[in-house]
Design a binder for this molecule. Structure first.
Ligand SMILES: *Cc1c(COP(=O)(O)O)cnc(C)c1O
Length: 821
């Protein structure tokens, strides 16, 4: 992962003194790490380097915080259960313009910055796209100068580490805090109590009127803040990411300890630690366990208390909260914050229900991330009532309002009223978190144009009817600092020479590249950059997996969470079909191709894990078959994470974005690839639709059913068996897989997986196969015409600046939060 990053011109045009930095690093090693250079380990050098730069961040951080305080303007609070951060060193160094100086300063001590950079743990406090979006947003909010705080959970174990044993995914605990975390500041003084369970007492006045409710929890924990500075581009602003860790209120129950029950005395401590110990590893799937609801409430309650405290330190009452705070809910995981704010307003700060509801509804905004029914959060009423009895009452009270509003309008049928209820009533009664977030927010946004339209027509159709102005779209984005400037220094160097430096501050300036798309000399240089990036990836694959790859082959890449709707299976089946063809027609002029896969499956997701096994089995057979003559290789890279994405994406020729239309809310991987000059093969799903609009239909390869066609087929009950019978290529590939060609020791291993395609084919794998295979042959044709290929891929880089998360964040700021940006 050795890369040099470009650095912005040093602020105030003064070259940072390399010798001074070099001396500071030694100081820091000695007095803060406690080591002489001669005995310092690489980790010590890493810690010292980070702390030296961190010190420079602190002044700006304090300055940003003070400015926000003095202005007492509106602040943004971004609540997210996940932040998929990755490494921070390159981000901070590069955003502060210190990358080159630090490289030189370390070189004076004979330390290679790339080697120590690779030791920084990859902070994986998230599963995939949703968590990565939160991380990109934090960086963009600092870069466009919005006073913002991120709130989340400081998991001791982030997303599991994946190993592949005999083709199967094996999950190992992730230990990102093993060597300490030099970025974070523990704030013992910033601790709040969070309760669970217990009872609700009513306090009545002398004349017998109910005055207020008081929740008396029977379990209490402390939420302790750990702050990480988030440095914006060119160090303009430094915001705070505040992650909560659970601790016992009484570290040791002294009574029990004195009575000799040492183990019992530690029980509270163990219980607290369990609360924030581990990230739930299910992506786009609701994890129904009690601990998950506890985590959601724990971090929401701590964050709301923190926001209320900050507000009251500068303002007289909470009535002005909507003018001073926009609290954003990243998906429904923090939706309980709506009820928590209501509780504080009514039970602690003495507002009546109507006032409290007014304040709440004008403070929260909510982003929906998925329409998959299995991902929509709901909790059994008995569990909710036991854990959060007061919140349950408040939710009933809110529900009464909503139902009344709907019933008082003539055009709501009883079915529609039932669908907007916060409580699901058929069978087991459950609290619907999506509906709670919807009614508690003044804005509900989707994450791509298509997704937002579908939201209005499906999950939230009836709520949309009741609140027709609430749903809006904010198409996702990615930060161009991490996903271009840092990860692709070769391309950045070429861009700076060709179109100047303006794009580094104004990503729309990438458009200037359009003029060079058909310039032969430029195409050659663009191709040379891609080639160098591919050689780096070839090196990584050789080191980690012992597989030799040809960098002149087409690098065809599908890296993302493994999920049936993302259709890695479609790609694998097409790979098998291609393998069949290469063997049956060896005389044909086949194009060398490498198929890359990477991604994790939720540990409880049987089919996803089987798909990983299949990819590995297919890889083993194809890679060792001499009759393929190296024309096709398949690689499954273990332990996909942000750092790995930063190496693979700049090396990709072809980006696979092939989800069943209507099921991928947006995707952000698609944007990263296009920005780095890969061609997309994809369905008209999520943000692919808008990528096509930006790059032009002639610069993207689209195939497959459209969202409305998928919905129609699902509704009418289609006949996938007939589809399979009609396609010889597909039938042969499926027969090979299900008969055990790739799993000779367990011939039946894939019978059910493939059988599902014949029976229901819920994700339209069989239905879209011919169209996909066809599209792949179109890709072959383009690859053969090199000038055409590079013309297309250069236009991709030139035209996707719109997918910068700075653009997304400015839209949130202007249209939702109403803060200047
Ligand atoms: C961008 C990113 C994702 C999201 O990828 P999609 O293709 O949009 O699903 C997931 N994981 C990591 C590590 C990423 O960087």
């Amino acid at each position: 992962m050795a890369k040099t990053s470009p650095s912005p011109k040093p602020a105030a045009a003064k070259q940072v003194d390399v010798l001074k930095l070099a001396a500071e690093i030694i100081e820091c090693l000695k007095y803060r790490v406690g080591k002489e250079p001669s005995v310092a380990t690489r980790h010590d050098w890493l810690t010292a380097s980070i702390k030296v730069v961190r010190d420079r961040v602190i002044d700006r951080w304090i300055d940003s915080t003070r400015r926000a305080y003095d202005q007492n303007g509106k602040r943004v609070y971004y609540l997210s259960m996940e932040f998929l951060i990755g490494r921070l060193m390159r981000d901070a160094f590069s955003n502060l313009g210190l990358m080159d100086s630090m490289r030189e300063a370390l070189a004076i001590h004979d330390v290679d910055i790339d080697i120590i950079a690779a030791l920084e743990p990859d902070a994986a406090l998230g599963n995939g796209g949703l968590g990565r979006l939160a991380a990109c947003f934090m960086e963009s909010m600092a870069s466009v100068d919005i006073p913002a705080h991120g709130y989340g959970i400081r998991y001791v174990h982030g997303l599991f580490r994946q190993e592949i044993h005999d083709g199967w995914q094996v999950e190992l605990p992730e230990t990102w805090l093993e060597h300490g975390n030099p970025w974070e500041f523990e704030r013992r003084e910033g601790a709040y109590e969070v309760g669970f369970g217990g009872k609700v007492a009513s306090i009545t006045s002398k004349d017998g009127r109910l005055e207020r409710h008081v929740w008396k929890p029977n379990e209490r924990f402390l939420a302790v803040a750990f702050d990480t500075p988030v440095v914006g581009w060119r160090g303009k602003r430094v915001n705070t990411l505040r992650l909560w860790s659970a601790m016992p209120v009484d570290p040791i129950l002294l009574d029990a300890f004195n009575a000799g029950d040492h183990i019992g005395a530690l029980r509270e401590s163990n219980k607290a630690e369990a609360l924030t110990r581990v990230l739930y590893p299910a992506d786009s799937h609701q994890a129904g366990q009690e601990l998950r609801l506890r985590q959601e409430y724990f971090f929401s309650a701590a964050s709301i208390q923190d926001i209320v405290r900050r507000h009251l330190s500068q303002n007289e009452s909470l009535s002005s909260l909507p003018e001073k705070a926009a609290i954003h809910l990243n998906d429904t995981h923090p939706a309980i914050a709506v009820a928590e704010l209501m509780r504080l307003l009514m039970d602690v700060h003495g507002h009546d229900f109507d006032e409290a509801w007014h304040i709440t509804r004008h403070t929260f905004a909510y982003t929906n991330h998925t329409l998959l029914p299995e991902a929509l959060e709901s909790w059994p009423v008995p569990l909710f009532e036991r854990l959060l009895p007061r919140h349950m009452q408040i939710i009933y009270a809110i529900n009464a309002e909503i139902l009344l509003k709907a019933r008082s309008s003539d055009d709501f049928t009883e079915d529609q009223v039932r669908s907007i209820s916060l409580i699901h009533e058929d069978g087991e009664r459950r609290v619907r978190m999506g509906n709670l977030a919807f009614v508690g927010a003044f804005s509900v946004n989707g994450v791509s144009a298509l997704h937002t339209d579908l939201m209005k027509e499906t999950v939230f159709a009836d709520l949309h009817k009741l609140y027709p102005n609430r749903i809006n779209n904010k198409t996702n984005g990615i930060t161009p600092r991490r996903w271009l400037l840092q990860c692709n220094p070769g391309l950045v160097g070429l861009l700076r020479e060709t179109i100047g430096d303006r794009f580094m501050d104004d990503i729309d300036a990438l458009r200037d590249l359009d003029a060079y798309a058909d310039d032969t000399a430029f195409q050659e240089r663009f191709a040379a950059v891609k080639r160098a990036n591919k050689e780096q990836l070839v090196g990584l694959v050789a080191d980690r997996m012992g597989i030799r790859l040809d960098p002149s082959a087409l690098f065809d890449v599908q890296i993302k969470r493994i999920h049936e709707y993302k259709r890695q299976l479609l790609n694998i089946i097409e790979t098998v079909a291609l393998y069949d063809q290469i063997r049956s027609r060896p005389e044909k002029d086949w194009l060398p191709r490498v198929k890359f896969f990477a991604g994790k499956a939720a540990p409880s997701y049987h089919n996803a894990k089987l798909i990983i096994k299949l990819a590995n089995d297919v890889a083993r057979v194809i890679n060792s078959d001499p009759s393929v003559r190296g024309l096709l290789k398949v690689v499954f890279l273990p332990n996909y994470n942000v750092s790995m994405a930063e190496v693979i994406i700049p090396a990709a020729d072809l980006s696979e974005q092939i989800s069943t239309a209507g099921l991928e809310a947006s995707g952000t991987g698609n944007m990263k690839f296009a920005l780095n000059g890969a061609l997309t093969i994809g369905t008209l799903d999520g943000a692919n639709v808008e990528i096509r609009e930006c790059v032009g239909d002639e610069n993207i390869v689209i195939f497959g059913l459209k969202a409305d066609e998928v919905a129609a087929r699902r509704a009418e009950g289609h006949n996938p068996r007939a589809v399979i019978e009609a396609s010889q290529e597909l039938r042969q590939a499926l027969e090979a897989i299900s008969s055990g060609v790739f799993s000779p020791d367990q011939p039946d291993l894939y019978k059910d997986l493939i059988g599902g395609l014949y029976e229901h084919d819920w994700f339209m794998v069989a239905v879209d196969f011919d169209s996909y295979a066809d599209a792949q042959r179109r890709v072959d044709g383009i690859w053969r015409e090199s000038p055409r290929w590079y013309g297309m891929t250069i236009r991709n880089t030139a035209r996707v600046g719109w997918f910068s998360s700075d653009r997304t964040i400015r839209q949130y700021a202007n249209e939702i939060w109403k803060v200047p940006a």
